[in-house]
Design a binder for this molecule. Structure first.
Ligand code: UDP
Length: 465
């Protein structure tokens, strides 16, 4: 990303932004990218982080880090129930976060803080920001399209779409085309009320904020952004795709196995299927074996991220039959965690079999890689539907994990005419994504607006402090 003119940078010197990411990989990555983007515009950056899942500060010597203990129960609930974890973060982190932020604001030796930027899911921070008279901006790390569905939760409940009934899975949600009931962004959780509370908190405290920043771009999600503009009543700043503004991400919580790059170097152009389901999704042993056989039977080379924890009840690859990988004669390469952005940019990669987390979805589009979509929960389902039906840059596995369908889908994407058309469309999107970040592009323009907006918030902050 080009730097701002030195005059504007000079004006911004002496202004600090405090950023607070949700401590999960798919949220830490975009928040730290955003921090880099705003730092390149002349702001000093302070990151407040929980001790849990903390990124390595030595990778960011240009930022200041403050950590606090998140005070979560140690009974295992947080490890097994994502929604309980998110809900507990919001109910337990208030006092330690407030203490940390108040200390920062009182440090006279540091530059004054212009505003707080917190993850949308950490909605408790709006109340803390109000108390401390600090404006709060929100980073929503997911797509605008899925956020529109979250804002419609009251309607979806009223009309009986949620909680989802198994008998209605294939029914269209007529209010939100092209979604079907099974595409709605829910997750299995022992207490759905927790999910509704988190979604309502995210939406309502987003509306109460001073603006929302999005890791997306206008050309991709214009209609959703227009809807949100009408519904939310606060300024919106689509300034993505963030990860293309800076070359390499250093915010990985797990070591990235670089062996996959030398393995990819030996493969033919556009021949490899890259398979990864992100940092949270899990499958059972039967599903895992269907994936393995689907890949093996496709006869295509594959690079597969099997994260420890991906297979419920197993440490790592134990469920694979003895000698499974060896019989493939080097056609399959398995790693625990990959340098995903580098992998997707490699010329040997021809398709990405993904769970459609928003980061993975954007990263795939930005490299012009068609997707096989296998969403697991929440917004992944909406993303997958948009990928296959609106942007038409991927194919969704509709029958879950079944080796025959997997094999057919891989062939469809890698060798058939249909696959060629999908590839052309995603290459077109790749160009649009690059253009929006260039001089005069929509995301560059939104970033300029954001910087001016922060300046207008600053005058409010410093008058009231
Ligand atoms: N990622 C990675 N290596 C891997 C798998 C994933 O670096 O082997 C990164 C990926 O590039 C993305 C993030 O982890 O930035 C996952 O975020 P996403 O929103 O796709 O999914 P989540 O993990 O939140 O479900």
């Amino acid at each position: 990303m080009e730097r701002q003119s030195s005059k504007e940078m000079e004006q911004r010197k002496g202004r600090r932004l405090v950023l607070f990411p949700l401590p999960l990989q798919g949220h830490i990555n975009p928040m730290l990218h955003l921090a880099n983007i705003l730092h390149s515009r002349g702001y000093s950056i302070t990151i407040i982080h929980t001790n849990f899942n903390s990124p390595d500060p030595s990778n960011y010597p240009h930022f200041t880090f403050h950590f606090f203990s998140e005070n979560l129960p140690e009974d295992g609930t947080c490890a097994t129930d994502l929604i309980a974890f998110l809900s507990l973060l919001n109910t337990r982190c208030g006092p330690p976060f407030r203490h940390c932020l108040a200390n920062l604001l009182s440090e006279t030796s540091e530059e004054p803080v212009a505003c707080l930027i917190s993850d949308a899911i950490l909605y408790f921070t709006q109340e803390v920001a109000n108390e401390l008279k600090l404006p709060r901006l929100v980073l929503r790390t997911g797509a605008a399209s899925s956020f529109c569905v979250f804002t419609a939760f009251p309607l979806l409940k009223e009309r009986g779409y949620i909680p989802i009934q198994d008998s209605r899975l294939e029914e269209p949600v007529v209010e939100l085309p092209p979604l079907r009931v099974k595409d709605l962004p829910v997750i299995d959780t022992p207490d759905p009320v927790d999910l509704y509370r988190v979604v309502a908190g995210m939406v309502n405290q987003g509306k109460a904020s001073s603006g929302l920043i999005w890791n997306t771009f206008e050309e991709l999600e214009q209609s959703a952004l227009e809807t949100l503009d009408r519904q939310l009543g606060v300024p919106l700043f689509p300034i993505g795709p963030f990860h293309k503004c800076f070359p390499v991400s250093k915010s990985s919580l797990s070591p990235q196995d670089e062996s996959c790059i030398s393995w990819l170097d030996k493969q033919e152009r556009k021949s490899v299927i890259y398979v990864s389901f992100g940092s949270l999704a899990a499958v059972n042993e039967t599903e895992f074996l269907e994936i393995a056989w689907g890949l093996a039977n496709s006869k295509q080379p594959f690079l597969w991220v099997v994260r420890p924890g991906l297979i419920r009840g197993s440490e790592w690859l134990e469920p694979l039959p003895n000698g499974f990988l060896e019989t493939l004669g080097g056609r399959g390469h398995v790693v625990k965690w990959a340098p995903q952005q580098q992998v997707l940019a490699h010329s040997a990669v021809g398709a990405f079999w993904t769970h459609n987390g928003w980061n993975s979805t954007l990263e795939s589009m930005c490299e012009g890689i068609p997707m096989i979509c296998m969403p697991c929960f929440t917004d992944q389902r909406v993303n997958a539907r948009y990928v296959s039906e609106i942007w038409r840059v991927g194919v969704q596995l509709e029958k879950g994990m079944e080796r025959g369908e997997i094999e057919r889908t891989i062939k469809r994407l890698m060798v058939e005419k249909d696959g060629e058309e999908i590839r052309e469309r995603v290459l077109h999107l790749k160009e649009k994504a690059a253009l929006c970040l260039s001089q005069g592009g929509s995301s560059r323009h939104s970033l300029d607006r954001l910087v001016h907006h922060i300046s207008s918030l600053e005058s409010f902050t410093f008058q009231s402090q």
